[in-house]
Design a protein around this ligand. Sequence first.
Ligand SMILES: [Zn+2]
Length: 304
Amino acid sequence: MNIYLTFDVEQDLHSEKYVSLQRGIPLLLGLLNKYNILATFFVPAKLLNKFPNYFLNLEKQGHEIALHGLEHERFDNLPLIEKEKRIKESVKIYKTIFNKNPAGFRAPQHSIDEETLKILEKNNFLYDASYTPFNILQFLFFPRRFLLFIHGFFSSRKIKKIKKTMGYHTLKGAVCKAPCFLDDPKLKTVRLTPHSKESGFQFMDINKNFYEVPTSSFLIPFVSLPLRIFPWILLKVYLNILKLTHKNLVFYAHSWDFIELPKSKIDRYFNYRRLLNNLDKTIFYLYKGNNFLTINDLVKNENS
Ligand SMILES: [Zn+2]
């Protein structure tokens, strides 16, 4: 099994600052270095531009730097022309710093949509990693998405419709079951949300060079929250369920998950030290017999 640890690097939660760059990420890197493993960091282009050497240094250590919007904006609310402009500008900044094309993109706050995917594909991205399959946390934090999921659940699940509306060439195992939801009920476009077991594939083959790499989930997504709140014994059960239901595992957390957040209730009750400790235990538990890779490695392996 391959495991992909992914981290969104951005302004600290409830703050205008970037304390996580000075304090949080070094703690995280200490942990990654302890196991000699690599991760993927999604960063808004303007933040890359603000601290180019910081991220060049991360890249030199072997980690992957991918894009997380231009300035951490939502993409689903933008007009097409603006989406295009912002992605092009982000790519330009990335190329100036790293002297190569970015491979991956994650839309801030899961705000990916059909138009943005097409723009990414046109701009030679290899993958998008914005989706989190249906899970109960979305109900709490993204009620609109939950409603879309419900719409999709009761709508037609015929494969023809998906092909017609999505216009993509290949859809591996594209049987639209429970994880489907309507992206835009008015347009009736149905998006496949790749889910671990029901759909039989973990990441979707949009065409042979462009992938959707969703965060792993089994009711609860494989993000920082379960690692903060679950006692180790429960976390172990959860990890085993994920292992049984997934081909590869994609974990997702934020840079500010690794610093103290005085204004965050969650951090007050289940603080970042606890998260770090449980991430350490998780890596240790999954280390034997599995590979920790960057997402670019995954996409390269799939294409070769
Ligand atoms: Zn973000």
